[in-house]
Design a protein around this ligand. Structure first.
Ligand code: PTJ
Length: 258
């Protein structure tokens, strides 16, 4: 592992790159996961590598929905297991959510390695591993269609970080509330989720944990109000406005300098 100074202005991002490179070597991650990370990182750079106010709103609504859910499930792929396994374990513990492995580039070898990492992080019962419980999502042709009959198949709320669009649409057609985490506000996933958190998964999980702890002190009525008053389409509009203003501000600054 390369030693990354905490003082480096982009330390967080370099640390994620390092963890992903190591995961690739260990066979948890596919090379395509690095490409996906690079795309997310480019968006993050434009947002200023911080959790923007619209992302905080989405995180609060997502936290409320997770508290209200009867059967919440967190879907984990190679990228998520590489950079956020411990956070997912804590989130699962405080919400009672199940954790299910669901891969686009599916192989038994990767499932075995990822479930090992999740178990090491403290998740005792990792779903999506035992073929005896495997069910298929109708109409979905990618490997993501294979879900656990005890997990995503039965879930009312599904958290899907770093996803590819098709499954989001299918899950919504099945009547599930889908919480996406995707740095690209224009992706099909962000556009079709019930709640789209446009932020880096590494920052989202701790914010979500804090929010859940805070919301747990509120009344049911207050939590319901937070969940039901969230408007995903308007919030995505705020994300794009933030981006447009930031780029315009940066462009004005440059013009003033020259
Ligand atoms: O492990 P597997 O086999 O399930 O494969 C996982 C990947 C991510 C390779 C697969 O799902 C894939 O190809 O995804 P896409 O279609 O590239 O979409 C991934 C999305 O995640 C992109 O829109 C990225 O902007 C976004 N993204 C990447 N890194 C982060 C991110 N969003 C939040 N936090 C990140 N760190």
């Amino acid at each position: 592992m390369y030693n990354i100074s905490r003082l480096h202005p982009r330390a967080e991002s370099l640390r994620s790159r390092e963890m992903l490179s190591q995961s690739l070597e260990r066979g948890l991650l596919v090379p395509q996961g690095l490409i996906a990370y690079g795309r997310g990182e480019a968006f993050d750079y434009l947002f200023g590598e911080r959790t923007i106010p619209a992302a905080r709103n989405a995180i609060r609504a997502a936290a409320a929905q997770m508290i209200l859910a009867d059967r919440p499930v967190i879907s984990v792929n190679g990228n998520v297991a590489s950079v956020a396994a411990k956070g997912v374990a804590t989130l699962s513990k405080i919400t009672g959510a199940d954790v299910e492995i669901n891969l686009f580039y599916r192989s038994q070898e990767r499932i075995r390695k990822i479930s090992g990492v999740l178990r090491d992080a403290g998740i005792r019962n990792v779903l999506g591993v035992d073929p005896a419980y495997q069910k298929r999502i109708p109409e979905l042709c990618s490997e993501r269609r294979r879900v656990d009959s005890r997990g995503i198949m039965k879930a009312d709320v599904v958290v899907i970080p770093l996803e590819d669009g098709d499954r989001t649409e299918s899950l919504r057609k099945m009547g599930k509330l889908v919480i996406a985490v995707d740095l690209n506000p224009l992706s099909r996933t962000s556009q079709s989720a019930s709640i789209s958190i446009v932020d880096d998964i590494v920052r989202v999980i701790p914010h979500m944990i804090d929010q859940i702890r805070y919301l747990n002190r509120l009344t049911d009525e207050e939590i319901h109000h937070i969940a039901s008053s969230f408007d995903n389409s308007a919030n995505l509009g705020s994300v794009l406005s933030y981006l447009a203003h930031r780029i315009s501000r940066l462009s004005t600054k440059r013009q003033e300098k020259s």
